[in-house]
Write a protein that binds this ligand. Structure first.
Ligand code: NG6
Ligand code: CA
Length: 520
């Protein structure tokens, strides 16, 4: 008995002595293994394609500042948005849930109600529970209010009700009304004597539109975009009043940058999460005069150069505040590229040899890979060793991965913890992924992509993009055929069956939405 007691006692003493003997270095290593609370920044582009950065192969555009993140961090070659348009991808990146589970997660008008439930888990909510300050600067496009918004009062619920302590946003898109900034729910700079009214149904009496008064426009509409005119640009939707609050399109990049820098500076004692959602290169492309003409590729190229400069300035701010070693940056885009998305802005004429989608097929709105495969970079100075990763990663995984980073047990319904892949510790990403374009979905598993047969046009002629619709099943091996040129469905029926089964297991055997779109 005594000897047993002595044995335990000695053991305990030995343990104490051992831990007391640990060198300083060992201690810091041990500490390093626990949950970390670095600052986290998502830099999210709007419609930037897989081939739009020099670090992703562009030869006609030079993007040194974003390239510096790609070269100093992990450049993912299989990084995906969930969807080929904005609203659903933005829903997924914040909630960790596939957007096709929510029927309202489709391109929203500026008057749409909020589509994230205020009781839903989100990246900022999860981080807030861990003591983070949480902010959004830039494009929102996830709806505001609960229907019939009065823009002259506090507009809610919105970002502040789903996890952000601070929000400075544009409500929908740069081409949609209301063309004003909203800070914590209030229209910035609104003159109460000049109230704002917004409608997507009918014009307000006496207000000129792009359709009726093309002579008042300085940017011409190609398709859609012929309602209210703001700063010479005809938009989607009608708006009246709010003159003093209207944004200046050419100053938007500088304006958001100033807000993002101020957020970092004010929260430098951290930890903070900043979701910085840039508006470029979505239409209307309105480079600041400093960048106009700089790319030789028209405004689309110019705003990509502008965005690259913005990213450089933002990173400099982190550096100046001494935060670069303590900040994880995730850079990506909400969907693939489109050249002509509704305005005559010379994007097509001046494109030259540039290929916004790189080697991929399709573009924005497409089920082919260019719709959803986008630049995807993680950067953390001193913590992430530079490299390229082929791991399959998706923005929907950021919730679970950031939760793992900060030691939270919160998860999104479809979010996988890919922290090791994002940190460059493994090349193992997720095994499979459902991809979405409009109301249609496709399936990626390993190196394979399967697109079910869908009704509808093969090409959207307005934007000149192949949508992925075909009367037959399509099966591609992306490793051997990145450009999806060779349909292997007939040649490889076993693989096709495996893909269909895998797809149905996630998407649901009897999904009525798919059934309506499917050919059989
Ligand atoms: C489309 C617009 C397009 C763009 C898109 C949303 C027309 C004809 N086209 O409906 O210009 O605004 O919506 O883009 O109106 S997204 O990147 O926000 O999803
Ligand atoms: Ca977009």
């Amino acid at each position: 008995m005594t000897s047993l007691r002595n044995y335990f006692l000695n053991g305990a003493i030995l343990l104490l002595v051992l831990s007391g003997c640990k060198s300083k270095e060992e201690k810091s290593l041990v500490k390093d293994e626990g949950p970390k609370h670095p600052n986290i920044v998502f830099i999210y582009m709007d419609d930037l394609g897989y081939g739009d950065l020099s670090s992703y192969g562009a030869t006609e555009l030079n993007t040194p500042n974003i390239d510096a993140l790609a070269e100093g961090g992990i450049r993912f070659t299989n990084g995906y948005a969930t969807s080929a348009t904005c609203t659903p991808s933005r829903y997924a990146i914040l909630t960790g849930r596939y957007p096709w589970r929510n029927k309202d997660a489709k391109i929203l008008p500026g008057t749409a109600p909020l589509i994230i439930g205020t009781d839903q888990m989100t990246v900022p909510k999860m981080l807030k529970e861990k003591g983070y300050a949480t902010g959004i600067v830039g494009k929102w496009h996830l709806g505001l209010g609960s229907g019939n918004v009065n823009w002259n009062e506090r507009v809610a619920p919105g970002p502040n009700e789903v996890g952000f302590d601070y929000s400075y946003i544009l409500a929908a898109t740069q081409d949609r009304v209301p063309t004003v900034y909203i800070e914590d729910g209030f229209v910035d700079g609104l003159d109460p004597n000049d109230p704002i009214e917004v409608s997507y149904k009918e014009n307000f009496e006496g207000e000129p539109t792009g359709l009726d008064h093309p002579e008042l426009t300085t940017m011409k509409w190609h398709h859609g975009h012929n309602n209210s005119i703001v700063n010479g640009i005809p938009r989607i939707g009608y708006m009246k009043g709010g003159e003093a609050a209207k944004w200046s399109d050419v100053d938007m990049a500088d304006h958001f940058l100033a807000k993002a820098k101020a957020y970092v500076t004010e929260h430098k004692d951290g930890p903070f999460f900043l979701y910085y959602a840039l508006q470029q290169p979505h239409v209307p492309r309105t480079p600041h005069p400093r960048f106009a003409g700089k790319s030789g590729m028209g405004p689309r190229g110019d705003v990509i150069l502008e965005a690259d400069w913005v990213v450089g300035e933002f990173v400099k701010t982190l550096e100046k505040q001494g935060l670069l070693e303590n900040t994880l940056i995730v850079f990506s885009s909400d969907n693939g590229p489109v050249v002509n998305d509704g305005y005559y802005d010379e994007a097509e004429e001046k494109l030259g040899k540039h290929t916004p989608a790189g080697p991929l097929r399709g573009g924005k709105y497409s089920l082919f890979d260019a719709g959803t495969r986008v630049p995807f970079i993680t950067y953390w100075k001193g913590k992430i060793a530079p490299g390229t990763s082929d791991a399959l990663v998706c923005q929907v995984d950021l919730l679970a991965s950031m939760a793992a980073l900060v030691g939270s047990d919160k998860k999104g319904e479809d979010s996988e913890n890919l922290l090791d892949a994002l940190m460059g510790k493994t090349d193992q990403g997720r095994k499979e992924l459902v991809l979405e374009a409009g109301s249609r979905t496709a399936f990626r598993k390993g190196d394979w992509a399967m697109i079910p047969p869908y009704k509808g046009a093969a090409v959207n002629k307005q934007v000149n993009i192949e949508l992925g619709n075909d009367s037959e099943y399509q099966l591609y091996n992306l490793k051997e055929d990145m450009g999806q040129t060779k349909n292997l469905a007939k040649e490889n029926p076993e693989k096709l069956q495996e893909m269909i089964q895998g797809f149905k297991a996630i998407r649901g055997e009897n999904n009525t939405e798919i059934k309506e779109l499917e050919l059989k």
